[in-house]
Design a binder for this molecule. Structure first.
Ligand SMILES: O=C(O)c1cc(C(=O)O)c2c(n1)C(=O)C(=O)c1cc(C(=O)O)[nH]c1-2
Ligand SMILES: [Ca+2]
Length: 559
């Protein structure tokens, strides 16, 4: 049967399927399944593996979906596969034909698809949204989201909210203008557009809706708002309680912050958006006047907790800038924030309203103040621009009340250079070299208590962690490592309870579901993403990791 809005709203509770990226609209990535638990997980073994093939494919960042006996998996080079979940047999495969000039900043990647009615919907690297028939793989509609020649691309999983397919866009490193869009999921017809740089007009049903989201030059300088970035490149989550879409925005363009004095709204922010009109209901900017490419796209996850007998409607996010934020999701007010990585240099802490207290020496220098005007003062910054945490999603366990955060401890030398905007060219005005800060590890999976800021346990990993996390009612937490291991942990103590080598680095997000009374787990293996491209000496450390491209599916032996 076709996937309905109700099915998607219930996704986190229905254990027989996985219908959405995030395993439910809130994106908690928590499964109520407990067949698999800390006692029996050791016996879990692969039941099938499926090769994604293709020499052009690299970082397999996708999260699979499961519906009606079929698994839908996107491959990094704008491919999608329908697989029989029982056998691993291929049912159909679709390969988008990509033009030569695509400009993804951070590897050829795709994080997943969305399901609605009898359609499976995904975006391609040249910024086209494609809807296919779930049964046949035939294209039902195709829509252009942005001009790839101007640097627009697409890497995220689309999201379904109230019959609409909600998408962001990539391209912050090319001076595009970020936006959130809603289309009728059945036809692909555009319903609204909400640009994420202050000053740009929104559209509703083909007409300017009069909402500019602020004045053009209030938080920007000169014409820079016209090419201001703030790409919504990770997509979002949806909170049915407040009927709000939460969408993060990326770095202001260019990276060189001296060229654009001001807060540069709505870059490096979390936005709460009305799904019916595209109006921004509230915003919370984690890094005003971002000068480090910290972005602000990381997932904002709705959760409730009790405080003094009252239920707090909160939402949490682990930002690239190294701080973990707990917000009031009704209005965006700051509740608390704390560092989740060590040695942050660019800020000494957060003010009562959650804005950062900048350090004097944390921001790279202005090139116009250097002797020849060519290169500003270099500073060492922690975290690096790849972040205390990047796109790889954390999980929230309703049982333990903890967030499981795939974090990284690293820094960078960063400096600024002069730059001017040219359509379709990189627009950074910065250079950088990433460096590790600890001898023995970069990656760090942390169990974080959102009420106290305490790290309850930590697992240290040699290479940077770049895969998503899954938590289950079986007291288990799963993630993958670049070294190739699918790892299972005791959710309460952090004890390693499972380890399986998948043959290539894992940068995908694991899922779990149940079929014929048995609990299954699937994850993609296939090394890639931003680390091997931009990781400097850190990338050298991981240079021997072989590429791959396999969907692995596991379960317990039949008892
Ligand atoms: O500003 C942007 O538009 C943009 C897009 C993307 C992307 O679409 O993957 C990344 C980034 N920025 C980015 O800053 C970043 O660190 C990054 C890492 C990755 C990845 O998949 O490994 N993508 C991106
Ligand atoms: Ca970016």
């Amino acid at each position: 049967a076709g996937v309905t809005d109700k099915d998607i709203l219930n996704d986190a509770k229905t254990t027989g399927d996985v219908l959405s990226y995030g395993m439910g609209p809130r994106g908690q990535r928590f499964s109520p399944l407990d067949t698999l638990n800390t006692k029996n997980v050791k016996k879990m073994h692969p039941v099938w593996a499926f090769s994604l093939g293709g020499e052009k494919q690299r970082g397999q960042e996708s999260q699979p979906l499961v519906h009606d006996g079929v698994m839908f998996v996107t491959g990094s080079y704008s491919r999608i596969y329908a697989i029989d979940v029982k056998t691993g047999d291929e049912l159909w495969q679709y390969e988008a034909r990509l033009p030569d000039g695509i400009m993804p900043c951070c590897d050829v990647i795709n994080r997943g698809a969305a399901l609605y009615d009898d359609l499976v919907i995904f975006g391609t690297l040249d910024a086209i949204l494609v809807a296919l028939d779930q049964k046949t793989g035939k294209v039902k509609w195709r829509k252009k989201m942005g001009d790839y020649k101007a640097g627009y691309s697409f890497t995220a999983a689309p999201m379904i909210v109230k019959g609409k397919v909600i998408t962001g866009i990539s391209g912050g490193e090319f001076g595009i203008v970020g936006k959130v869009e809603a289309r009728d999921a059945k036809t692909g017809e555009l319903v609204w557009t909400r640009p994420t740089v202050e000053g740009h007009m929104g559209y509703l049903n083909g007409k300017e809706n009069g909402i500019t989201g602020g004045e053009a030059n209030k938080t920007w300088t000169g014409d820079l708002w016209k090419t201001g970035g703030a790409a919504t490149w990770l997509g979002g989550t949806y909170d049915p309680d407040q009927d709000l879409i939460f969408m993060g925005t990326g770095n202001p363009a260019p990276w060189n912050s001296h060229l654009r004095p001001g807060d540069n709204l709505y870059s490096s922010s979390r936005l709460a958006i009305d799904p019916d009109t595209g109006e921004i209901k509230w915003h919370f900017q984690t890094t005003p006047h971002d000068g480090w490419d910290f972005d602000g796209v990381n997932e904002l996850i709705a959760f409730d907790y009790k405080s003094k007998g009252k239920t707090v409607k909160a939402a949490a996010t682990a930002d690239r800038n190294g701080y973990f934020y707990v917000l009031n999701r009704e209005n965006g007010d700051f509740i608390r924030g704390f560092p989740f990585v060590s040695g942050i240099t660019w800020a000494s802490g957060l003010n009562d309203d959650g804005t950062p207290i900048y350090t004097e020496t944390g921001r790279p220098g202005d090139p116009s103040e250097s002797e020849n005007g060519e290169k500003g003062k270099t500073v060492f910054s922690v975290p690096s621009f790849l972040g205390g945490k990047n796109w790889m999603p954390m999980a929230y366990s309703e049982d333990t009340g903890l967030f499981y955060v795939p974090s990284n401890e690293w820094g960078m030398d960063i400096w600024n250079e002069p730059v001017s905007y040219k359509k379709g060219a990189a627009y950074l005005g910065s250079g950088f070299t990433i460096k590790s800060v600890f001898e023995d590890h970069i990656g760090s999976l942390k169990a974080v208590d959102p009420k106290t800021g305490e790290t309850v346990w930590e697992y240290k990993n040699g290479a940077p962690l770049w895969g998503g996390v899954l938590a289950t009612a079986g007291n288990l937490v799963f993630t993958g490592t670049p070294e190739g291991y699918l790892m299972g942990f005791d959710a309460k103590t952090g004890e390693i309870v499972y380890k399986f080598n998948t043959g290539s680095g894992i940068v995908g997000s694991p899922i779990t579901w149940e079929m014929d009374g048995e609990q299954y787990l699937s994850v993609l293996s296939g090394w890639g993403g931003a680390v091997p491209l931009w990781g400097g000496e850190v990338a050298k450390r991981v240079k021997d990791i072989n590429q791959g491209g396999t969907v692995w599916t596991f379960k317990l032996p039949r008892s």
